[in-house]
Every structure is written in structure tokens, then in C-alpha cells.
Design a protein around this ligand. Structure first.
Ligand code: NAD
Length: 512
């Protein structure tokens, strides 16, 4: 299926790699049957690079049926067998790393260095991690808790998982959904965002080539309204795991709840970046620029609101803006490029709209415009710093999902922490200080699923990723996510072997 013999393309030869359509069901590619097509656009140039038939409800039904059929066999495989398969999967991914990096960069506009150094190795590491975790089912020890019985728990797979992923990290999001689910013995149907199907397809193909049975991993590339909602509502899907915006997450939760499914939601973020007055300013400025611009700001944990204690505020604003101006926008495939375009022209216009509305009440210190000249056909936007915005303004409260950092001052430590907590979101945050007591307080009092101290962004396979409050619930990565894809059964054996048990007195009284 994979054809390593093709000449190394400059970008990624999508048409050549997916000639049979963008659905992957029961171990093979096929065309969608919705009757509608979608053109994948290279956001760096505006050129259409691949057109495919979108999945319709019948394709979702076929994928769920394939997953359902594969479930008993995969669930019955021993943990060791599933672990072996995942180890082989990691090896296949490593062999194809460059193919994955190019596909991801083409569909998302990510600089190749980001795909090569972050998305792809992170995914390979995650796969190897879940190969280990597959053998690590944990639970309470068996015991005679009642005195008359032996009790133990079984941790079992849930069944067919229906997952929906966003476009910002298509490969990693597919991996974060698929790996813990299949490591635990479930089978899965994943719907990538229609803008970015390539690396989910390569991932499913690699799983099959590594010997994971057909039907364990299925991909349906379709719209949220049609394929997505049908997958969430499907009666044969036992669990919905969704990563995307809070608005769509609410709708997905409503549909999943109505059909009584387990739900896992990874939603939007608006991460605060709190700089206390004893912080290493050089480190904080570099951390803010890197943390705000990672993936062109299209990162649910990106630094979006820097709160800087008054004595450092003006210098932080000036140095952050100056450093942002050194970041090189360009073709994602060119070696000198630091920052690629946004995912689409319409998303670029949305980001520009937030900044334009903020001009009335805040100061745009740098950026705030699309570059002209040779980049003007792409969905580019200049790195932007906004100062002096009001805490309750849209630019501070709403998720922008672009290369935009808002910087606000604070006076007391109490105020800094209060402001950090003052949005509906709670996905990630960072605090910058050399004082261990201040830093420790921030880790306790900031309400978010992750708090970094003196850094912002790094993630690791062993530790959980997931939100508080409007950022959702459930964890990705780590043993915690593995557990989310299992259900616990209590098994209880009678040890007395008597027909008339003591507790029957509650029914029969002394007649027992
Ligand atoms: P989105 O919510 O618009 O779409 C996410 C997915 O949901 C896509 O596959 C889309 O097709 C699908 N969808 C849309 N409408 C649907 C519906 N009615 N029913 C079912 N599915 C539907 O999000 P996006 O714009 O693709 O991604 C950006 C968002 O994702 C941001 O809010 C970001 O913070 C969030 N995100 C969160 C995490 C996290 O771990 N918490 C990680 C990455 C991205």
C-alpha cells in the first residue's frame, strides 16, 4: 500500500498518495459517498492540492460496522499481543517519518522543522509509550471485602469509539485519540477535520501495514455536520471522544448524552502567562514569543494572555514586540522559515477581525496585518502584540487561535492569579518567577489542567493533557487517558457455598 519507491517530492504528492479516496475503512482506502467533494488547499499558496469525495452517513455506517466486527478479536488479543502490534506500528511510523512531516506541513502550512521536530517524533514516542501501557492495566487488588465473597475488578475495553479531531495538529490529535483506545482493546472510527485528512490516512495505513487488523482503525473524512454528528449519534458507538472548539464540543456533548455514551472532551483554551516581578525577563520574553507563536498560535495551550507585574510591564511589551519582529514568515518548506500561514484564508480573516476590533480600545504594538509581496497569496498574518486591553474585552476573553499575544499589567500577586483565572477556559497556564513559594502558589491556585513554571508548551507522553472548566474534561496521553478508554467491572464470587445466605433475612426474615 505504501510506496516508498516514489521520488522525494518537494512538498507532498497527495494525489499520488491517495488515489483511491480519503476514507479508510476495514483496512483499505475508498471514496466517500456523500455526493460532495472537498478541495484541500495549501494555506501557504492558496493552491488546491487534493480533491476528495467527502464521507456521508453511509460511509460512517460502514466504518462503524467494520470497527464493530473487528472489536471481539482485538479485545480478545492479549495485552502482550496488542503491545507488540503497537511497537511494530511505532517502527513503521519511524520509517515513514519524512512522509508524515511533509504531509502535515502541506495540509497545515506548518514549517517543516516543526513537523519534523515536534509533531512526528511526538507521535512516534506516543505510539511507543502506549505499546508499554497496553500491558499496564491497573486496578484494586482482589479481596474478601464482604467476608463471604471474593471481589475483584476487571478493566475492559468499551467497544467502538467514535472520535473527532481538529485541524491544528491533525497527526498528534489522531494519535492521542487512536493510541489509548486501541491499546486498551477498543476499535475506533476517527473523523479528522475535512481540511486536513492526510496524516490521519497515513496513520491508519501505517497501523494496517504494521499488522493491526483491518477494522481496528478507520478514518471517515467528512464534514462535522454530516459525518461528525452521525458518528456521535450512532447507536453502535459506545464512546465519543472529541477535540475541538468549546462551541462544537457543547453540541457534540448534547448528542452523545442523548444516546448515553461515555464522553471525553478536549476543548478550547486561552492560556495565561503570568510574569512575577522577580522573573528572569530574558527567559520570559523568549518563552512568551515561542509560546504564543507555536504552530502560528493555533495551539489550544498557546500563551495568549501575558500578565506582567507592573515593574516589568513596559520592558516586557517592548522586548516581546521586538523579538516577534525577528521571527521569519515564509514558505513552510523553505529551510529559513520560522512561521507558516494560518490554516485558511477565512481563519486569517477571523484572526484579523479580532485584532481590528481591539484597535478601538487597545494598542497594537507590532503586527496586526497580513504581509504583502510574495506571501500575499498565502493565509499569513504577522506576529502581533497587543497592550493595554481591558480584561473584559473580547481580545482577552475569546480564543483567537492565531499569532496574537495580549499583554496586561498587574500589581499584586493576588491580582495576577485572579486575572489568570478570569476567563471561562482552563486548559493550560504558566507562571514565571525565581521564588519557589510564588511559583508553588501559582501551581495550586491557577485553575487549569496544566501549569508550567518558567516554561510554556512542552508536553510529554507520560503526563496527562486535558482541561478544567470550559476547556473540557478527560485526559489525553499518559495512563490516565488509557483508563478513560476502559470500563471497570466488579466481579463477585460467593465463597460460602450455602443456599440460604445470611443476607436473605432481609427478604425471608426468620423463615430463611
Ligand atoms: P472545531 O470545533 O470547529 O472542529 C473540530 C472538529 O469537529 C472537526 O473535525 C469538525 O469537522 C468537527 N465538527 C464541527 N461541527 C461538528 C458537529 N456539529 N458535530 C460533530 N463534529 C463537528 O475546531 P477546529 O477549528 O477544527 O479546531 C480548533 C479548536 O480545537 C480550538 O478551539 C482549539 O482550542 C481546540 N483544540 C483543543 C485541544 C485540546 O487538547 N483541548 C487540542 C487541539 C485543538
Amino acid at each position: 500500500m505504501h510506496s516508498p519507491g516514489t521520488a522525494t517530492p518537494h512538498r507532498f504528492p497527495a494525489q499520488e498518495r491517495f488515489p483511491d479516496g480519503a476514507q479508510f475503512i476495514a483496512g483499505r482506502p475508498r471514496r466517500g459517498t456523500s455526493g460532495r467533494t472537498h478541495a484541500v488547499v495549501d494555506p501557504a499558496t492558496g493552491a488546491e492540492v487534493y480533491t476528495y469525495e467527502l464521507a456521508g452517513t453511509e460511509d460512517v455506517d460502514a466504518a462503524v460496522a467494520a470497527a464493530r466486527e473487528a472489536f471481539p478479536g482485538w479485545a480478545a488479543a492479549t495485552p502482550g499481543e496488542r503491545s507488540d502490534a503497537l511497537h511494530r506500528f511505532a517502527a513503521v511510523l519511524a520509517d515513514r517519518a519524512e512522509d508524515f512531516a511533509r504531509a502535515e506541513s502541506l495540509q497545515c502550512g506548518k514549517p517543516l522543522k516543526l513537523s519534523r521536530e515536534f509533531d512526528v517524533p511526538g507521535t512516534i514516542d506516543n505510539t511507543a509509550f502506549f505499546a508499554g501501557v497496553a500491558r499496564q492495566l491497573q486496578g484494586q487488588s482482589a479481596g474478601e471485602y464482604s467476608g463471604d465473597h471474593t471481589s475483584y475488578v476487571r478493566r475492559e475495553p468499551i467497544g467502538v469509539v467514535g472520535s473527532i479531531a481538529p485541524w491544528n495538529y491533525p497527526l498528534q490529535m489522531a494519535a492521542w485519540k487512536i493510541l489509548p483506545a486501541i491499546a486498551a482493546g477498543n476499535t475506533i472510527v476517527l473523523k479528522p477535520a475535512e481540511l486536513t485528512p492526510f496524516t490521519s490516512l497515513l496513520f491508519a495505513e501505517a497501523a494496517t501495514d504494521a499488522g493491526i487488523p483491518p477494522g481496528v482503525v478507520n478514518i471517515v473524512a467528512g464534514t462535522g455536520k454530516e459525518a461528525g454528528e452521525h458518528l456521535v449519534a450512532h447507536p453502535d458507538v459506545a464512546m465519543t471522544s472529541f477535540t475541538g472548539s468549546t462551541a462544537v464540543g457543547r453540541r457534540v456533548a448534547g448528542i452523545a448524552t442523548a444516546t448515553v455514551k461515555r464522553i471525553h472532551l478536549e476543548l478550547g483554551g486561552k492560556a495565561p502567562f503570568v510574569v512575577f516581578d522577580d522573573a528572569d525577563l530574558e527567559a520570559a520574553v523568549h518563552g512568551a514569543v515561542a509560546g504564543a507563536l507555536i504552530n502560528t498560535g493555533q495551539d489550544c495551550t498557546a500563551a495568549t494572555r501575558a500578565y506582567v507585574q507592573r515593574p516589568l510591564y513596559e520592558e516586557f511589551v517592548a522586548r516581546t514586540a521586538a523579538l516577534m519582529e525577528t521571527v521569519r514568515l515564509g514558505d513552510p518548506f523553505a529551510p529559513g522559515t520560522d512561521l507558516g500561514p494560518l490554516i485558511s484564508h477565512s481563519h486569517r480573516d477571523r484572526v484579523a477581525g479580532f485584532v481590528d476590533r481591539a484597535r478601538a480600545h487597545a494598542r497594537v504594538v507590532t503586527g496586526g496585518e497580513a504581509p504583502q509581496g510574495e506571501l500575499e497569496n498565502g493565509a499569513y498574518y504577522r506576529p502581533t502584540v497587543i497592550a493595554d486591553a481591558a480584561q473584559d474585552s473580547e481580545i482577552v476573553q475569546s480564543e483567537i487561535f492565531g499569532p496574537v499575544l495580549v499583554v496586561l499589567p498587574f500589581d499584586t500577586d493576588d491580582e495576577g492569579i485572579r486575572l489568570a483565572n478570569d476567563t471561562p477556559y482552563g486548559l493550560a497556564a504558566s507562571a514565571w518567577s525565581r521564588d519557589v513559594y510564588r511559583a508553588n502558589r501559582a501551581t495550586r491556585e491557577i485553575r487549569a489542567g496544566c501549569v508550567w513554571i518558567n516554561d510554556h508548551i512542552p508536553i510529554i507522553s507520560e503526563m496527562p493533557h486535558g482541561g478544567y472548566r470550559a476547556s473540557g474534561f478527560g485526559k489525553d496521553m499518559s495512563v490516565y487517558s488509557f483508563e478513560e478508554y476502559t470500563q471497570i467491572k466488579h466481579v463477585m464470587f460467593d465463597n460460602t457455598a450455602v443456599a440460604r445466605k445470611a443476607w436473605h433475612r432481609t427478604i425471608f426474615g426468620e423463615r430463611r
